[in-house]
Design a protein around this ligand. Structure first.
Ligand code: TMP
Length: 215
């Protein structure tokens, strides 16, 4: 038996950490048990937020443009996309007592924009205050990966995005930021090593989520 209650689960980690794969696995396991579950992602998740995602990610690949978005513009676009997503998808689903699985959320902004790019944290925090009010993930899985393995997984990808081309050093910085955030709040964060393509990872994740929803 399951509790009829909402649960907001987030997966975080650098590219190649396997978070999209693990979020899908968790989604499939919950749906198989007929639990009302939604799988979504950031940036994106709604038609308008996906439009903003395209603007952000295309900026990097604009072949002839010399003018790239300033880091604050870029950050505000991530936040604008989050606002659309939170308002139109996450909050309504939580209100309906659904389980929401989100591939990336606020910690990605902290890791990539604040720690990675040096964006002012007051800018991010003050916008978050407006757009999130009291919305917080119940549970966040930070998937840790050896940088070597992450880069190997990225090489295999057909579709690249902007950070797929970033330096090793950027990934180290971003991953350390995720780990630092997670260690500050061990009650709500689980750090899981996902370097080895091990089936046990999906079982472990399901077990943790299951323990929170079973009656
Ligand atoms: P994805 O490929 O994992 O879907 O993410 C798209 C890119 O957006 C990825 O390189 C990480 C980046 N990103 C940020 O830089 N800040 C954010 O707040 C979010 C949600 C994603």
């Amino acid at each position: 038996m399951y509790k009829k209650k909402s649960l907001f689960v987030v997966f975080e980690g650098i590219e190649g950490s396997g978070k999209s794969y693990q979020s899908k696995k968790l989604y499939n396991s919950l749906i198989k048990r007929k639990l009302p579950t939604l799988l979504t992602r950031e940036p994106g998740g709604t038609p308008s937020a996906e439009k903003i995602r395209k603007v952000i990610l295309d900026d990097y690949f604009y072949p002839k443009s010399k003018e790239k978005f300033d880091k604050n513009t870029d950050t505000l676009l991530y936040l604008a996309s989050r606002n659309e997503h939170v308002l139109n998808k996450i909050k309504p689903a939580i209100k309906k007592k659904n389980i929401v699985i989100c591939d990336r959320f606020i910690d990605s902004t902290i890791a990539y924009q604040i720690f990675g790019k040096g964006v002012n944290k007051n800018l991010v925090n003050s916008v978050h205050k407006f757009i999130l009010s009291n919305l917080k993930p119940d549970l966040t899985f930070v998937l840790k990966v050896s940088i070597k393995k992450a880069l190997k997984r990225l090489k295999k990808r057909k579709k690249k995005n902007r950070y797929d081309k970033f330096s090793k050093n950027f990934y180290v910085k971003a991953q350390n930021a995720f780990l630092k955030i997670a260690k500050k709040n061990p009650r709500k964060y689980y750090i899981i090593d996902n370097s080895d393509n091990n089936k046990d990872v999906e079982k472990k994740i399901f077990k943790i989520v299951y323990s929170m929803i079973k009656k």
